[in-house]
Write a protein that binds this ligand. Structure first.
Ligand code: CP
Length: 317
């Protein structure tokens, strides 16, 4: 029963050709949503959402998306389930996956979601771990293509990513790791600038080589000529004890108008949100004309609908 299951635990779990399909599919599903066209391919299917960390976007996008596709959701947290009372992950996976068709998990270590997936009868989707945030990068790339990479038929085409430069300014965290996986797979380059001690670890990022990224000490240099400038909070969930030390270390890693000026004139700005204006990004940037953060947030729902459809039904027309 488990032989043909596809999980989405990190960006590299799908291939370039599958992403091309997903982006096209997400555009179609978004069009249907905007036209109030009923589309219920997941009628009678249930998604279990397990949250061990807080969320706004991930919860709303998966929950609304599943309902819009005719399905239903079960919402579980560590506080209101046996997950918080030390039931083994393997047992939770065996039980939950007998009752639902799909599971989305937001948790701490990647090892936890991998263990769950290894014992699950149904596809498991990573809704954020300490190491990766693949659904967010799926939405970010879709958003970039909507703005800068549509083919003649108006479809998002990942071929437009070839040769493009994404500047990552800030923590070498789960978002940075996932950008690196995406760059290796889809043929663009990431300019990384992180404070000393917060660098990306290539082994944790799970990429084969250093060909798809360059490291810059100065964030201005990372942004020079970039097609997209992006960042994240200085302190991700789970690292709150380091907050004060991080505030000092990250003080020069605030995306400001000077950084945007040295990027390409048509460069976009993205942030996965929630944002702290005045810390990792200036208000003038996130609320400015190059920012596409609201499209980026909305697109979480459209790409995840395409992803859930793909994992459960394959390539449908
Ligand atoms: N970007 C993101 O994952 O947002 P939430 O933490 O609100 O889900």
């Amino acid at each position: 029963m488990t032989a043909s299951i596809r999980h989405y635990l990190q960006f590299s779990d799908l291939g370039a050709e599958e992403y091309a399909w997903l982006f096209k599919r997400a555009a179609l599903i978004k069009k249907k949503f905007k036209a109030y066209e009923k589309y219920h391919p997941l009628a009678d299917r249930t998604l279990a959402m397990i949250f061990e960390k807080a969320s706004t976007r991930t919860r709303v996008s998966f929950e609304a998306g599943m309902y819009q596709m005719g399905g239903s959701v079960v919402h579980l947290t560590t506080g209101d389930s046996q997950l918080g009372r030390a039931e083994p992950i393997e047992d939770s996976a065996r039980v939950i996956s007998r009752m639902v068709d799909l599971v989305m998990i937001r948790t701490f270590g990647q090892d936890k979601i991998e263990k769950f997936a290894a014992h699950s009868r149904v596809p498991v989707i990573n809704g954020l771990t300490n190491e990766f945030h693949p659904c967010q990068i799926l939405a970010d790339i879709f958003t970039f293509l909507e703005h800068r990479g549509l083919d003649a038929a108006g479809n998002p085409d990942p071929a437009f990513l070839r040769g493009k430069v994404v500047a990552w300014v800030g923590d070498g965290n789960n978002m940075a790791n996932t950008w690196l996986q995406a760059a290796e797979l889809l043929g663009f380059t990431v300019h990384l600038s992180t404070p000393s001690g917060y660098e990306v670890d290539q082994a944790v990022a799970g990429i084969r080589s250093s060909d798809s990224y360059k490291v810059f000490k100065d964030p201005m240099d990372a942004c020079r000529g970039a097609d997209l400038v992006t960042t994240d909070v200085w302190t991700s969930m789970g690292y709150e004890a380091e907050n004060e030390a991080r505030k000092k270390a990250f003080a020069d890693w605030c995306v400001d108008t000077e950084m945007m000026k040295v990027a390409r004139a048509d460069a976009l700005f993205m942030h996965c949100l929630p944002a702290h204006r005045g810390e990792e990004v200036e208000a003038e940037v996130i609320d400015g004309p190059q920012s596409v953060v609201w499209d980026e947030a909305e697109n979480r729902m459209h790409v995840q609908k395409a992803l859930m459809e793909y994992l459960l039904l394959g390539r449908v027309d």
